[in-house]
Design a binder for this molecule. Sequence first.
Ligand code: 2HG
Ligand code: ZN
Length: 460
Amino acid sequence: MTDARLAELIGRLPNLRLLTEPGDLEHYGRDWTRRWTPAPLAIALPASIDEVQAIIRWANAHHVAIVPSGGRTGLSGGAVAAQGELVLSLERMNRVMAFDAVDRTLTVQSGITLQAVHDASHAHGLIYPVDFAARGSCSIGGNIATNAGGIRVIRYGNTREWIAGLKVIAGNGELLELNRGLIKNSSGYDLRQLMIGSEGTLGVVVEATLRLTDPPPPSQVMLLALPDMDALMQVFAVFREKLSLQAFEFFTDVAQRHVLAHGAQRAIDGDYPYYVVTEFDAIDEQAMEAALAAFEHCVEQGWASDGVIAQSEAQAAALWRLREGITESLAPHRPYKNDISVRIAAVPAFLQEMQELLAREYPHFDVVWFGHIGDGNLHINVLKPDALADAEFISQCEHVTKLLAETLHRHGGSISAEHGIGLVKRAYLESTRSAAEIALMRGVRQVFDPNGVLNPGKLF
Ligand code: 2HG
Ligand code: ZN
């Protein structure tokens, strides 16, 4: 090992696991964006809070940039290390620390996967309700860093709602214990909430106390085929009024084409422009009758063309796969991703405007729309045409994002709903947040991380 800074780190922490092999640098230096060439200095895999703290103190002493790293399933480049940073992977800190039956909380180390959190909660007859397709690989620390949303936000809200306490090593090396699991705490600024969604720029989350809740009542999953976008919002209004929704997600025929080609099973014959997967409480016969009545009403009004209700758990999973398998099915096409939100009421006008704009300016692009329509959160993936060189594709997609940002600004939306700003959307932060807000955000960063060692270049 030739780097003097690393030698000094080993001197401070002789037992620290440190990786410097090219294969490890590549593996830990990237996330799911695949746009940047990984080039980290080394990978540190601490096993304790003390080690994390010592690493951050060392980084301050030597002005080494740190990239906090969880499951690296992010889609905005927040966990990319392409500039000689030290990757601080929380992978080994993946244990359940405590369960409290009275408070109904689960305290976990931040490197634990979302799936392992679900499993641990189920073992106590409770649930941690944040959920999305990357559950098996993403870590709770990464979820906290991006205030992850997912498919159940319509019922349960974002990650933010479920964090009762955090242990964090701030950028200045201080260990902070934020909120300590309290439900009520009116004692000044809520630094815990400030950490959530800060994309690793204020502190490294090492432990989290998660709120758990009762499992939802029995549910039903339904797939609907819809003739147009107006119908999408009409069906949503009817279903939300008549049923108790757990999820309401949409995708287009283009998305379905990809997911079917990737092994998902067709559930509705024929092709329709839009599809909805919805899950709702189905406690008894009456609830099922209400669901069928809602569906029939939508058919009579011309808002729904066809529909399927899952008859078994396996069929419910197959319907969900049509929605949850989309990201994986698009990956071979090297998609340029956008993850935007507008108020629910602004969805139809925004979607209409954006679809017309893209069809006019970029007719050669295959654009895939899908997402959490019930929360006003849309994913817009532009697929790379084979004929277009990489650099030209990125440059055109950046122009698409500029158009998107301008349109979002007019509709009062956000350029990132749940994936974060990271590297990918940094240039567009100003379209979503005012200059005054960004100046205050920079000031906050300066307070927590005066030497700017944590995730520099991300977010700002
Ligand atoms: C989802 O909702 C994820 O499936 C990924 O947020 C979205 O791939 C995407 O663009
Ligand atoms: Zn999503």
